[in-house]
Design a protein around this ligand. Structure first.
Ligand code: TYM
Length: 344
């Protein structure tokens, strides 16, 4: 049985939604609506792997929902929903806790980064975080997963989990009607374009992130036009002019980052941006970038604020999304339990 193509991705409601999330992930979510059936999830169960203030969490769940809609995702044609409202995510995550191996999770670089020196004090949930991601995707038999570069390793783990489950339970899977033994598909990561890893505006070696203590390191989706322009004006650069070809961006992380951001906002390639700006100083390029960023980002921020003024409507969209997601998940979780030998 070959699996019908289906897109799934998630964003954590941990505040400070930024340009990296937008260019690396959300713009891709929008584009895929044309060709695929899509589910986009606000992953609150992932958020609580690190302590969240309950009042802020509720606000941040609505903010990510608003960002999805303001960016152009249609919640009627596709599904926007909240992870904790569909119980199958937690159920399948537990099953995958029993499929994934300690050794696999021990290799996850994001856990090492996030737990830092205080590994003993990290939550168990932070360690098993990638198993929940695998559950998110496989609960819907999703085949394609648009994400930024930083999620690549987690996606590989999802593929390993799908494969191990299929192997471990091969006979039961075949007996349940999947003659090829492929109950879970191998989800394919979609990591494409010039901004799969947007870097901090203060240091081209660090990823732009929600948790960077410096607000100047990131453009958030709700920054107003003046703030966006100021952050770009103050972004760290080097003293040289822009090169005419991409090779010239090597060892120039800040320049490469700004050119990548420009290309992604404009919907073109770095090479094309350099054709236009090769030889230009940052005193010319930065204002052009600021203008483009304001033009693209600030209408989304304005629309997000408008949507956030009607939280009941956002909540209703999430409830409706969860109901529809649940309909897709129900037969898959039921079949999973049957394959495992649980009595239904
Ligand atoms: P999260 O919330 O950290 O980020 C959401 C999406 O934004 C991408 N991203 C970036 N892309 C480019 N440059 C950056 N600086 C940058 N920072 C973040 C992320 O790669 C991601 O695509 N674990 C996921 C959420 C998740 C998920 C899933 C994703 C949970 N379940 C199932 C896919 C499928 C995360 O923490 O994303």
């Amino acid at each position: 049985m070959t699996h019908q193509e289906r897109v799934f991705s998630g964003v954590q409601p941990t505040g400070n939604l930024h340009l990296g999330n937008y260019l690396g992930a959300i713009t891709k979510f929008v584009a895929l609506q044309e060709s695929h059936e899509c589910l986009y999830c606000v992953v609150d169960l992932h958020a609580i792997t690190v302590w969240q203030d309950p009042k802020e969490l509720a606000h941040n769940i609505r903010e990510v929902t608003a960002a999805f809609i303001a960016s152009g995702i249609d919640p009627k044609k596709h599904i926007i929903f909240n992870q904790s409202q569909v119980s199958g995510h937690a159920e399948l995550a537990w099953i995958f806790n029993c499929v994934a191996r300690m050794g696999w999770l021990n290799r996850m670089t994001q856990f090492k980064e996030k737990a830092g020196k205080h590994k003993e004090n990290a939550s168990v949930g932070l360690f098993t975080y990638p198993n929940l991601m695998a559950a998110d995707i496989l609960l819907y038999h999703a085949t394609h997963v648009p994400v930024g570069e930083d999620q690549k390793q987690h996606l590989e783990l999802s593929r390993d989990i799908a494969q191990k489950f299929n192997v471990d339970f091969k006979d039961a899977i075949i007996a349940s009607g999947y003659e090829d033994g492929l109950f879970f598909p191998q989800p394919e990561p979609l990591i494409q374009g010039p901004a799969t890893r947007v870097m901090s505006l203060r240091n081209g070696q660090n990823k732009m992130s929600k948790s960077d203590p410096s607000d100047m390191s990131r453009i958030t989706m709700t920054d107003d036009a003046d703030t966006i322009a100021k952050k770009i004006r103050k972004a760290k650069t080097d003293p040289d002019a822009l090169p005419s070809e991409e090779d010239g961006l090597q060892n120039r992380p800040e320049a490469a980052n700004l050119v990548g951001i420009y290309a992604a906002l404009k919907g073109t390639s770095k090479a094309d941006v350099l054709k236009e700006f090769g030889g230009a100083q940052f005193s010319t390029f930065k204002p052009a970038l600021a203008e483009l960023a304001v033009e693209k980002v600030s209408p989304i921020g304005n629309e997000m604020r408008r949507l956030m003024d009607a939280p009941d409507e956002l909540d209703a969209i999430l409830r409706d999304g969860a109901e529809r997601a649940q309909k897709i998940a129900a037969p898959i979780i039921a079949k999973t339990k049957q394959i495992l030998g649980f009595i239904g």
